[in-house]
Design a protein around this ligand. Structure first.
Ligand code: PXL
Length: 273
C-alpha cells in the first residue's frame, strides 16, 4: 500500500538550465502526465537553446546515494535514464537498478546535444551497451544513436538498415527498441517499435517545421509515466508519441535557438486538438 496518490518515476538525468531538455524536461513531462518525479542529478550542463558549452559530471557515489535514498523511502513504478555523464556514473546506476529488476526501465541513450555537442564518449557507449541495455525495458534512440550504438568497425562504409540496428540492440539485451525517425528524410517522421520478433508497430507523423530542444527527453519520460501507470509497452509507446507530438505542435521559442516543447500545453487550453 502506498501513501502516494501518483505513481513515482525515478529519473537519472543531467540538468538543463534552459528548461528545454534533461532533468527539467523530464520533471515537467512526468508532472504533466500525473506522476510524481524523483530526480537524480547525474551532471550539470552549461547550455542555452542553441547548444551545450560544457558539463560537469556528478560523482558516481553521489548519484548512487541519491537514488538509493529515494528507492529505499518509497515505491518506484518506473525508471527513466537520460544523460549519464561518466562511465563511473553509468556503472553506479547499473548496480543500483540491478537491485530492482521488477521496475520497468526506459533508457534514452543521450549521446549528443541537438547541435551535436558530445555528451558521451566511446567508452561510455560501450558501457551503456554492456551494463544498461540488458536491464532496459524500452530503449529510445533516434536513428543516429541507433546506428552509433550498433556500429561495427569491420563493416563496409554503408550503414545498416534501422531494422538491423534494432535487431542488434535487442541482441544486446534490451526488451524493446523504439527508433525515432526525425533525422531521416521524408515528409513524414516514422517511429518504429521493435522486439525480438521484429516490428511491433510503426507510427507516421507529419513532419513539423521547427527544430526542438528536448523532444527525445519528453518522449522517453512520457513513456516512463505511462508504464508507471500500468499501461502495456505497445500502448504506452503509442500514447507517449501522441503526447510528444502535441507538445511539439505547441512548442514555443523563449530564446534565440531551438523551440521548446510545451509539456503543459493542455493547461493553456488554446489548441483545438
Ligand atoms: O536532449 C538530450 C539532452 C538530454 N539531457 C541533457 C541535455 C540534452 C541535450 O542538450 O543537455 C542534460
Amino acid at each position: 500500500m502506498s501513501n502516494t496518490p501518483m505513481p513515482a518515476v525515478l529519473v537519472f538525468a543531467g540538468t538543463d538550465p534552459t528548461g528545454g531538455a534533461g532533468l527539467q524536461a523530464d520533471i515537467l513531462t512526468l508532472a504533466s502526465l500525473g506522476c510524481h518525479p524523483l530526480s537524480v542529478v547525474t551532471a550539470i550542463t552549461v547550455q542555452d537553446t542553441v547548444g551545450v558549452d560544457d558539463f560537469l559530471p556528478i560523482d558516481a557515489e553521489w548519484i548512487a546515494d541519491q537514488a538509493r535514498a529515494v528507492l529505499e523511502d518509497m515505491p518506484v513504478a518506473a525508471i527513466k535514464i537520460g544523460m549519464v555523464g561518466s562511465v563511473e556514473a553509468l556503472a553506479a546506476i547499473a548496480e543500483v537498478i540491478s537491485d530492482y529488476p521488477d521496475i520497468p526501465v526506459v533508457l534514452d541513450p543521450v549521446l549528443t546535444s541537438g547541435r551535436g555537442d558530445p555528451l558521451a564518449n566511446e567508452e561510455l557507449l560501450e558501457a551503456l551497451c554492456d551494463l544498461l541495455l540488458p536491464q532496459t525495458s524500452v530503449l529510445t534512440p533516434n536513428s543516429i544513436e541507433a546506428r552509433r550504438l550498433t556500429e561495427d568497425a569491420d563493416e563496409e562504409a554503408e550503414s545498416p538498415e534501422l531494422s538491423e540496428c534494432a535487431r542488434r540492440l535487442i541482441d544486446m539485451g534490451c526488451e524493446y527498441v523504439l527508433i525515432t525517425g526525425a533525422h531521416e528524410q521524408g515528409a513524414q517522421v516514422s517511429n518504429t517499435l521493435y522486439n525480438t520478433r521484429g516490428v511491433v508497430h510503426r507510427l507516421n507523423w507529419d513532419r513539423l517545421p521547427g527544430s526542438y530542444h528536448g523532444s527525445g527527453c519528453t518522449l522517453a519520460s512520457a513513456l516512463a509515466a505511462l508504464l508507471a501507470q500500468g499501461q502495456g509497452i505497445s500502448e504506452a509507446v503509442k500514447e507517449a508519441q501522441e503526447y510528444t507530438y502535441q507538445t511539439l505542435k505547441n512548442a514555443y521559442r523563449p530564446g534565440m535557438g531551438q523551440f521548446i516543447p510545451d509539456r503543459l500545453y493542455w493547461v493553456r487550453g488554446d489548441d483545438e486538438d
